[in-house]
Design a protein around this ligand. Sequence first.
Ligand code: SAH
Length: 245
Amino acid sequence: MKGKIYVVGFGSGDRRVMTEQAVSAIENADVVIGYITYIDILKPLFPNQNYIPSSMRRETERCKIAAEEALKGQRVALVSSGDSGIYGMSGIMLEVADRMNADIEIEAVPGVTAASAAAALLGAPLMNDFAVISLSDLMTPIDLIYKRIELAALADFVICLYNPKSKLRTEHIGKAAELIMKSRPKSTPVGIVRNAGRCDCAVWTTTLEKLGDEPIDMLCTVIIGNSESYIKNGKMITPRGYLIK
Ligand code: SAH
């Protein structure tokens, strides 16, 4: 019997924002494979599953294990936070299966990505065109990241930053703010959400000028407004352009 891999985006971990499809893929899996932190989030919600946790930065190895399990005929849920196709496991899983020449069925199960979860908590900052940029330079050269930021700012996109700051990579967020200020006022509103959908969730706003000094870490998503974004009554709003009489 041929197994199958579901690459499951399970959202933030809040059971209420998991899709039915994600819940069903996890519940019906013979084995659930994922980064140990994500397994810790899922275990209390799905206590009867058979889990294979793996450590950070072992993505390729994790996908090979998933492929081997599927080749044995197992139904595998390879889990990823947020959406599995946005800086998630879908791409690497397809690439690894391709490289292994493995005849396995692979299905991506979408989830609520951090940008959507953060936007909902902040108000409505993504109502117009926006660019999502990761500040992680583990696999993308930092000069290319800065170029994308500068051009997105020039084109007046709302800019949503993932992986904004790690323990080793502390400079990028301040530098990103500087680049954006070349074409946007320093008073531009910025929304920050840490741990969306988790028990210690924090939501706050600041300005582009102060962004570099904010207590940001890898658990945060940062949304920088466009030239029309504003904050009113605690909500960050990017107008779509409707005429309101
Ligand atoms: N596949 C994930 C993104 C993985 S990249 C998704 O679609 O959401 C990891 C980055 O996502 C983090 O550094 C952070 O910027 C963001 N992120 C993930 N979960 C988050 C959460 N619960 N709250 C805020 N940001 C989050």
